[in-house]
Design a protein around this ligand. Structure first.
Ligand code: DQQ
Length: 508
């Protein structure tokens, strides 16, 4: 990683501003103090992408361009709570080691995005990287408001910016929005988060939206040039989840962050609503998407997904790992939000979405320890294993037809995490701490678990089809031990220490 000066750190992370927003009496009222505290905060992951300080949420416009991966993401440069959305920027040669870049797109005072540069995508228009995102601003009249969540009332418009430097550091905005209002005659619950792709000779856009009391919807547009857009029809419409509430995202009447792409011989639609990311696979006829199968991408702390093609043409998914602790805690901590590890997507023959951690993550592995052999042997080997520094990858294979519990505990016996599998609990066979998920693979197939432990984040994958991202805010004393309820159901276990991606916890 390229070292950066203290001054550059403060500017890039907005840390001077963050320091002024820390609660009175906080020891970290000096920015240098705050930098030190963040660099040593044991809850900050060491191999997941995150900004050096402050709040982050949705991944935006990930793209492989001129030999590097670029990740933009929702970022508040002034505090570790949501607000004043900018597009932060990091770049990487391998989707693992990230270099933080200056903020890419900021709200323009008095501009169409004056109250926030919300989520969107980046496409290559010929040779020109082009960002298409949602700008928010106060509505002129109540009828102009498209975002009403009980706390904010905003008008949403789709905006465009281009970059002409090889490193995507600078962006020039068009002077006017490209889509200023929802289609005539539609009263929508939201109008944001464009996903744009090339189709034949035109561009297409899927936009997150919905209808009050009727469910979420994705609006489909077409354009010859990314500037002039024509509304076609709803790409797909949902059904009411029968919930009531002031925020349509909470009731499922607004679908955020649509991501739509071909995968194998079908299409996949991902949407975020009601606190989760849902997938659907099915058929797209150029105007409508008809889903044949659906499910949940991740049952834990995972939201606002966005995918891209990697350098080999594989479909890679990113997601925002939100905090699960009270706002006062992350406000005081000076940081909030983590980017998930990259996940490679595929569909099985029946249209089931499959997901594995991208192979690039393996470059961080240290020396492998394995547990195999007789029960007595396995017990002895398990006893000797330790997870140091809360940074590890663990693979476990066990019998699919018997209950199984794996605990990660400190030397003193204090529990850090518990992963439990019980084939008899239909619909929520897998649990990590208090988060449950279903494992739908046939009971004839062994249960394969893959755990990525990284400070306060654990990403768990089960049999390619199930994932749970869990947040854990305890710092165990010393190394973690692994204990297993019934070693006779264990078929194999592999453990790797994982190297941090930066020399401190500032991920830069
Ligand atoms: N986050 C963005 C919106 C999006 C939401 C604002 C999803 O564009 O709908 O920060 O987390």
């Amino acid at each position: 990683m390229t070292p950066i000066s203290r001054r550059a750190f403060l500017i890039r992370s907005g840390m001077a501003a963050a320091a002024t927003m820390l609660p009175a009496g906080s020891r970290a009222s000096d920015p240098t103090d705050l930098r030190t505290r963040l660099a040593h905060d044991p809850l900050r992951p060491q191999y997941h992408l995150m900004p050096a300080a402050n709040w982050m949420n949705d991944p935006n416009g990930p793209i492989f361009y001129k030999g590097r991966y670029h990740m933009f993401f929702q970022y508040n440069p002034n505090a570790s709570v949501w607000g004043d959305m900018h597009w932060a920027h990091s770049s990487s040669p391998d989707m693992i080691h990230w270099q933080q870049q200056p903020v890419a797109i900021a709200p323009t005072p008095n501009g169409w995005d004056r109250d926030g540069v919300f989520s969107g995508c980046v496409v290559l228009d010929g040779a020109t990287p082009t960002a298409i995102y949602t700008g928010v601003l106060p509505p002129d009249t109540p009828a102009d408001a498209t975002l009403k969540d009980g706390q904010h009332t905003w008008r949403e418009m789709q905006c465009l910016a281009t970059s002409h430097d090889a490193d995507l550091r600078t962006w020039q905005k068009l002077p006017a929005p490209i889509i200023a209002r929802p289609p005539a005659g539609l009263t929508v619950t939201g109008f944001r988060d464009p996903c744009v792709w090339r189709e034949g000779n035109e561009w297409r856009m899927a936009l997150g939206s919905g209808f009050a009391g009727k469910g979420g919807a994705i609006l489909l547009y077409s354009s010859p040039d990314l500037r002039q857009w024509t509304y076609l029809n709803p790409l797909v419409e949902g059904h009411s989840a029968g919930q009531t509430g002031t925020n349509p995202v909470d009731t499922g009447d607004m679908w955020e962050c649509p991501d739509f792409f071909p995968l194998g011989d079908r299409h996949v639609l991902l949407i975020s609503t009601m606190g989760k990311v849902f997938w659907r696979s099915g058929h797209y006829d150029g105007k409508h998407f008809t889903a044949a199968k659906e499910g949940v991408v991740d049952y834990g702390a995972y939201y606002a997904e966005r995918s891209m093609l990697d350098r080999d043409g594989k479909r890679v998914l990113w997601g925002w790992i939100p905090e699960r602790r009270p706002e006062a805690k992350h406000r005081a901590a000076g940081w909030a939000g983590v980017m998930s590890l990259p996940r490679v997507l595929s569909l099985d023959a029946g249209g089931q979405l499959e997901m594995v951690a991208a192979a690039t993550v393996q470059m961080l592995r240290g020396k492998r320890s394995s547990v195999r052999g007789s029960e007595a042997d396995a017990k002895k080997k398990l006893d000797a294993l330790r997870i140091h520094n809360l940074a590890a990858e663990l693979h476990v294979e066990c019998a699919p037809d018997r209950p199984f519990t794996l605990e990660l505990k400190s030397d003193s016996g204090a529990r850090f995490a518990e992963v439990a599998y019980d084939p008899a609990v239909t619909g929520s066979e897998l649990r990590i701490n208090n988060t449950r998920a279903t494992v739908t693979t046939p009971r004839t197939e062994a249960l394969h678990l893959q755990l990525f432990v990284d400070a306060s984040v654990i990403e768990v994958f089960a049999n390619r089809t199930t994932s749970i991202t869990e947040r854990i805010y305890t710092t165990p004393q010393g190394a973690l031990r692994i204990s297993i309820s019934d070693v006779s159901s264990l078929r194999a276990l592999d453990l790797w220490p994982i190297s941090p991606i930066s020399k401190d916890r500032l991920t830069s």
